[in-house]
Each structure stands twice: as C-alpha cells, then as structure tokens.
Write a protein that binds this ligand. Sequence first.
Ligand SMILES: Cc1ncc(COP(=O)(O)O)c(C=O)c1O
Length: 409
Amino acid sequence: MSDSRVIPVPSSSPPSQSLVNALSRALSRREAKSARRRLTVLPQETVDFSSNDFLSLGTSPAYRGRFMTHLKNAPDSFPFAKELERFVADFHQAPTALLFNSGFDANVGVLSSVPQPGDVILYDELIHASAHEGMRLSRAGKRIMFPHSSAAGLRDALQTQINEDPSVRNGTKNVFIVVESIYSMDGDVAPIRDFIQVVDDLLPHQNGYFMVDEAHSTGVFGPRGAGVVQELGVQDRMFIRVHTFGKALASHGAVVLCGQETKDYLINYARSLIYTTALGFPFLASIRTAYELLANGETESLQVRVQELIRHLHTRLHSLRADQSVLFEVDHFPTSPIFSLRTSKPRQLAAFCQRNGFIIRAIMPPTIPEGKERVRVCLHSGNTEAEIEGLVQTIQSWLDQCELRSANL
Ligand SMILES: Cc1ncc(COP(=O)(O)O)c(C=O)c1O
C-alpha cells in the first residue's frame, strides 16, 4: 500500500535541481525584460552620482574623527541606545523615539501592527516597497491607494470611505494616511500641508493619523536637516515619522518618532523590532555621530552646498540638446538632490556614463512602474562643478551618438 504523504520524486530530476531551475527561469524572465539586478562594486576613480550619501558624510573627516572618539569611549550599549533615542527625539521635536535596525524594519513594524482590525489605510501610489510589505501584513480592513501627491485624490478617496462607512464618519474607525516627504525615485516633495487640510475638512472627529517616511529628507531638508515635516512646522500633526540613517547620515538603521503609548505598543507588537537583534554599538556610535553633527549645525554648510549644486545641475541639464530619435526628459523638483532622466534606453545611458567614469544607475520595473524607466542622478555636497560638467558633457555625447545612429538607419 502506498503512503499518500510521500510525494513521488521523478527519477530524472532531483527536487533541488528543479527548484534551481525555477529560480533560473525567474532570473531569465527578469533578464529578458532588462530588469535583472546585480550587486556591483563602484570602481575606484569614478564619480559618485548614484548613492544617497547626499551630505558626503561617508567620506567626511569630521564624521570619521567624531565616530572614532565615540568608539574609543564605548560605554554599555543599552544606556547609550536609550540616551541616543532621547537625543534624536529632542532634535526632531518629538515626544519619543524608537530605534529600528533599518527603515524597512521600521515601516514593516509600524504598518503591520498599528492599524487595528477594520481600520482604513490610504496610501500614496508611490510609497516605498517596505510600506507595502507592512500593509500586506496589517489587520486593516481596507488599503486604498490614492494618486501620487494629489490632495484632490486623497480627498476623493477619503470622501468615498466616509460615504460608505458610518464608522469612518463618526470616528470609530481610524484612518491612516501613509506618505513620504520626499519620494526616492522622482525626488519630489509631498504637499503635506494640503493633505492636513483634507483630513481637517473631512475627519472632524480627529480619527485621521499621518504616517510619514522621511528617508530621503533626513539631513538634507528642514532646519539643520531635521526633515520636511519640521520645515513646515507640522510635527505635532504627524502620528508617526520614520527617519532612516542609511542615506544622508552615512550609517544604518532608522528611528520611529511617536508618542509614548505608541512606542510602548511597538515594543510589544512590532515583530520586526522584537524578533531581531538590536543595532550593535558601532552603529549606535555612527548614528550618534551624525546627529551630533546635525544638532551642532556642522552640516548646515553641506546642505547649502548641495542646494548650490542642485541649481547648477538643473541649469546644465536643461541646456542638453536631444533629437526626437531618443526620448529624453529631465524630471526634477527644484530643491531635491534627486534628478530623474527619463529615456527609453536607461541601461544604455547608464552604461555609457559608467564607462566614462560617472556612476549613475538605470531604474527599471518593478522598482518603478512599467513605462517610467529612467536614470537616477543623485547629487552630494562633495561633488564639484567640474564633475557635473563632465557628466553633462558625457550625456550630451550619448545623445549625439543616438542621433547619429538613428540617422544612419
Ligand atoms: C522611502 C524609503 N523608506 C524606507 C527605506 C528603507 O530604509 P533602509 O534602507 O534603512 O531599510 C528606503 C530605502 O531603502 C526608502 O527609500
């Protein structure tokens, strides 16, 4: 008699091999769509127009010196972490702060646990993958997308929920509005004040809660780099803010800024916080280093320098000449260090620039929607006008080559 629990294994193909084949086929599908990712190391002597090290703290002697001092005087990690949370909370004018191992973990932890059963989440269509991951795990009754950075879109989505559900209208159900302050791919700034107005107009029972991810504004925007929310002075209106340390702060990890009850709740319910080892002392020391530099005003000149370079690159990119044979458009929000060069041949443009010593990267689906392929250029305070000139001339050469090739067809 055969045992129904035993799955027969075809003799020609061992199971491990068929799994590997399935993985290879998935990779081939990505390859065919020019969407396969590879981990690459930047060659030396190349110019970085790609990383999110916007303040160039990763190579700053001031940062390194202060970091080494913290390391030498290493106290116990736990009191150091607690004191760091206090320091970061004060800097961001928040009631409390809770450290997470990464921005990904912070978004997953918050969104998977804070919305209660039946609550409603309204999210911007371009929010980060980590927020999607958190929402997927959450017990919220509804997750509704609204058009990117559209206050009118948020108003429509919210009004629909109010019309459909009396408990949203009477304040028994909570509504979470999930946005970023600066979007990672287009570098545009969210209209947070307009969003607040929508919530004030439509939810008089104060059951609207903002969750804002400041990953890309940290260090770069706002007073001493405190972020867009503090630039607008609306920190008291945000239920949760997430700041990450892996971008302009040249470190790793993230912090959730919130009220004391929310912090206590996360300590008890956020699984991405509970079931993982906390940040080690070197990371705590580097986060402390970055925040001391911010709080002392030592990064203000870097913020100013980035803005100078942004204006320079903005002007230079708009002087580029592109023939109709190749789609080429520059998308840029005036004060953001992130530039998006839309072209139908992003991989070719990125590869051409890389061969000429300028590291920029093609951004392909699924990171961005189909049809929105682009090359992303990020500026850093450590870039120079000469480097920018080199990049712009290289892009112009590529555009000229495309034009020539299409003329010869
Ligand atoms: C908007 C946004 N949120 C969260 C994250 C995740 O942050 P981390 O790299 O610290 O996991 C990123 C980037 O990776 C991001 O761009």
